[in-house]
Each structure stands twice: as C-alpha cells, then as structure tokens.
Design a protein around this ligand. Structure first.
Ligand SMILES: [Zn+2]
Ligand SMILES: [Zn+2]
Length: 281
C-alpha cells in the first residue's frame, strides 16, 4: 500500500493545486495521500499558508476526500507545523479545532546571538548570509537545530517527525560541518533515543534528494539504525511540492529503510496506524 503524508500544494509553497496533486499521486500508484501544508506562522513568510486560507484548505482537502473515496485514493487532512520556542508548536491552540487526521512536527528555524531567525533549509545563498550575520562557531547551526528538534519531540502533540536531519540540506561536501563528527552524530542520535516509546512515527523523507541537494534521504543511515534498534516506527514520504515528485526516489527510500534493519513501514489508513511490508509499498 503506497502512502504519502508529506504533501504541499498551492495553499503554501507547492507548485500545483491540491486536486492536481491528488490526481498525480493516484496515477503514480498511491492509495493514501495526506496533505500537509505549511501551517500558518505568527509572522509573514512566502512559504507558509496565510492564516486567512486555513478554512479554505480544510474545506478543499475534505472535498477531495469525498471526490476520491470511490476511486481508490484515501485523502487525509494534515498540517506540517513548525516548532519555534513559545511562538508556534503542534499543540498550539490555533490548530486545536481543525479535526486534523494527523500532524507533522518539523523544525525549520534556528536563531542565536540575537540575530534574526532563519530556516536551515532556505536557499544556500540566503543561508550563507544568515550564518554570516549570526556569527559564532561553525557547529552552532546543527547544535541549535538539534536543540530545537529535541524540544519539539519533548513537547509532542504530533504524529510524524518531519525531515529529521534537514540541517544537512545545504551541507553538500561538508560545507558547514562534518556529518561524521562524533559530536554531531551524538546530537542526532540523542534525538533518535528520545523518540523511543513516544509513538511518534519518523518519516524517511526524499525531499533533499528530489531537489538534488542531498545524495540520500533524511534521516542518515546511522540515525535510521538507531531508530530501528529502539523500535521507532518509520514511514516513507516524498515531501512533494509538485506532481512529478511522487515516485522518483521511492527505491532509495525503501533501500534506506531496509539497510537500517526494518522490514516494514507504518501506514495510516482508516484512522489507524499499522505496519505494512516494505515489498507492499
Ligand atoms: Zn518541512
Ligand atoms: Zn514539507
């Protein structure tokens, strides 16, 4: 059963309508499609949904659910909700009454030293400028990122942890830090350990691969092995922003899951999570 829970559309920074995304997923063999627009933030961005559109988003995804129900595609309503200390988080009252099918909790933002907050997955050019402005030792980027990721996991209130180590997105060739640095790995593995027993599902996310930013999915293999050893469930998501994003990196994602020791992935359908054999995805 092929499923994808990390899907953007033109309610946020996706490149197509929700209807076009549903049709593309169905054509690519998916049987469950969850929409997860970037939830509105308390400040303006060009990549999150605007607060005034939240009602229309809910209405449209539910409408698509009815439209596709008899055509072999289960459409689910979700949101990708940011964690920014004290500002926005999955349990925020703003998202309490939406009757969502699931929530993705993600960290995009970091900040330190009084500098402007910035997203670790922004363009390489913008990231370079923000890092220059923030200053501090080179490791500060991943230290702040995993500090926030750990705080997100501790706060809870979500079902799927988004792009575990997206802080690698602009780090091709070890531009900002060594991904083999024991201190870096300890920070990442610490969050993996924290997930044990929480019930949170970790997504194997091919968004960086799809954009040619990384050579492998998030999370890295070392983290995946730790998650497997601790019995943390995983699912596979494209972080799709366009119709052509359904399918291309599925083999790499399955391979990552298998190499880590998993034989099945978690799938949400009919309101319940269950394990499905990798060969059935
Ligand atoms: Zn994200
Ligand atoms: Zn996303």
């Amino acid at each position: 059963m092929r499923a994808n829970y990390h899907t953007h559309c033109d309610f946020c920074d996706g490149k197509a309508t929700a209807g076009a995304m549903a049709a593309a997923a169905h054509a690519a063999g998916y049987r469950v499609l969850g929409f997860s627009s970037h939830a509105p933030l308390p400040w303006w961005t060009d990549w999150c949904m605007q607060p005034a559109r939240l009602g229309d988003y809910v209405t449209e995804v539910r409408r698509l659910g009815r439209e596709w129900a008899d055509r072999g595609l289960e459409v689910l309503l979700g949101l990708e909700i940011d964690w920014v200390d004290g500002e926005t988080y999955p349990r925020h009252p703003r998202f309490a009454d939406l009757d969502l099918d699931y929530r993705i909790g993600s960290v995009h933002y970091v900040s330190w030293g009084g500098a402007e907050r910035f997203a670790v997955d922004e363009s390489a050019e913008d990231l370079a400028l923000h890092l220059q402005a923030a200053g501090g030792p080179p490791g500060r980027l991943w230290q702040e990122y995993y500090h926030n990721l750990s705080a997100l996991v501790a706060a809870g209130g979500f079902d799927i942890l988004g792009h575990f180590d997206v802080v690698r997105k602009n780090n091709a060739g070890g531009r900002y830090f060594s991904e083999d640095d024991p201190a870096y790995l300890a920070a990442a593995l610490g969050v993996a350990a924290q997930l044990q027993g929480t019930g949170i599902v970790v997504e194997v996310n091919t968004g960086g691969m799809l954009r040619g930013k990384t050579v492998d999915p998030y999370p890295c293999l070392a983290v995946m092995k730790e998650l497997c050893a601790r019995g943390v469930p995983v699912t596979i998501c494209a972080d799709a922003h366009a119709p052509e994003h359904f399918g291309p990196c599925l083999d790499a994602a399955r391979e990552r899951v298998r190499a880590a020791g998993y034989r099945s992935i978690a799938v949400l359908s009919g309101g319940v999570w269950r394990e499905v054999g990798l060969d059935e995805t």
